[in-house]
Design a protein around this ligand. Structure first.
Ligand code: SAM
Ligand code: ASE
Length: 352
């Protein structure tokens, strides 16, 4: 072999692998900057601030803050300004919009939930894969027998989960609600509708409809206290357990991120109850992150499926898998639409 020959770059520099190996350093940098309130302080200041000013306001060491700010500028979350040899920092437009507590479409609460709950569960991903079960007992010392009892292990944890559920619909809600024309359906029941973020997207896209949010009593009470001021008369709440209590009659049932929490058996059980309650000519809309039929993507849905393994009893599924469960429950004319964002839509009809 010619001694001057150089191996192809891909063999000697495993760029992707190095990037993945340290991917969590990026996540943790983002989590910490949010938790310390760096983006909030910069938004309130309305001018670039030095590391010293930021460290004093957030109550952190100067040295640590300098390194954190440098990393955030490397991640293009902060902009740097040079003035008389002094460096100062300001938010990028995206940081102001999505990383501050007060941003109207903020991801702050999702980030906090990732940092305080998901990250801790993922510490046990290897065990989850080995055992095929969620990791609440190991991560938090609570029994995983009753899934939502574990997810809502304290009032604070329930509010954090609800904030997580709430925040993504500012970003993806309109697309999933308008993926199909839902205007024929006047009475809509959002099963497990949580704090009502998707219900609001519904009444905004379809002004004629009314939405009844059905969720566990504690969740409904918390929604009333912390989330919706019941100013939109088209949205109301009903307390109940969708596996055990009677479901109200409606033209359309929305199940957004419900089926991915449960086993196939539980899903068909729930969908059969929905089919029974549904008006003839009515429908069910599933809102989920759909996997491609060959399982080869999208990466977000593949990773979310691992998250469902560590956090729930469920999984992410393909359109065909949802279709099979809907068919087993009696629904027909099943169609799916991809939105190009995280969440997609599947519609099934109950024959008139
Ligand atoms: N649909 C909302 C969304 O996509 O943002 C929330 C999805 S969250 C993953 C699941 C929801 O189902 C929670 O609000 C939870 O309280 C509710 N839930 C779980 N078990 C339930 C049950 N047995 N009866 C009614 N609601 C339930
Ligand atoms: C659930 C949805 C989520 C149950 C637990 C959850 C999400 C995070 N934890 O129904 C939202 C989706 N995000 C991820 C990382 O899966």
């Amino acid at each position: 072999m010619d001694s001057t020959e150089v191996a192809p770059a891909a063999d000697t520099y495993p760029k992707k692998i190095l990037e993945y190996m340290e991917g969590f350093l990026v996540s943790k940098t983002l989590f910490t900057a949010c938790e310390l309130g760096v983006f909030d302080v910069l938004l309130a200041a309305a001018r670039p601030l030095s590391a010293e000013e930021i460290s004093q306001t957030v109550g952190a060491s100067l040295d640590g803050t300098e390194r954190l700010l440098a990393a955030c500028s490397g991640l293009q979350l902060l902009e740097t300004h040079q003035h008389n040899g002094q460096v100062s920092y300001s938010n990028t437009e995206q940081a102001s919009l999505y990383l501050t507590r007060s941003g109207s479409a903020t991801l702050y609460h999702s980030i906090q939930y990732s940092s305080r709950t998901i990250y801790l569960c993922w510490h046990y991903l290897t065990d989850a894969v080995r055992d095929g079960t969620n990791q609440y007992e190991k991560a938090f010392g609570v029994s995983s027998k009753d899934l939502f009892h574990a997810l809502y292990r304290s009032d604070e944890e329930m509010v954090k989960f609800m904030q997580l559920m709430n925040s993504i619909w500012n970003v993806c809600g309109r697309d999933v609600i308008t993926a199909f024309d839902l205007s024929p359906f006047k009475v809509i029941c959002d099963l497990g509708g949580c704090s009502g973020a998707l219900a609001k997207q519904c009444t905004s896209a379809y002004p004629e409809c009314t939405v009844k949010i059905f969720d566990l009593p504690k969740v409904v009470q918390t929604s009333r206290e912390h989330f919706v001021k019941e100013d939109d008369h088209r949205i109301s709440f009903i307390e109940g357990d969708f596996f055990n209590d009677p479901l109200l009659e409606a033209d359309l049932y929305i199940l957004a991120r419900i089926l991915h929490d449960w086993t196939d058996e539980r899903c068909v059980e729930l969908l059969s109850r929905v089919h029974k309650a549904c008006k003839p000519g009515g429908a069910v809309l599933l809102v989920e992150a759909l996997l491609y039929e060959n399982g080869a993507g999208p990466l977000t849905a593949q990773l979310y499926s691992l998250n469902m393994l560590v956090q729930t009893e469920g999984r992410e599924r393909t359109g065909a898998q949802y279709s099979a469960m809907l068919t087993a429950a009696g629904f027909t004319n099943i169609q799916y639409r991809l939105t190009g964002k995280i969440y997609d839509a599947v519609l099934g009809l109950k024959e008139a």
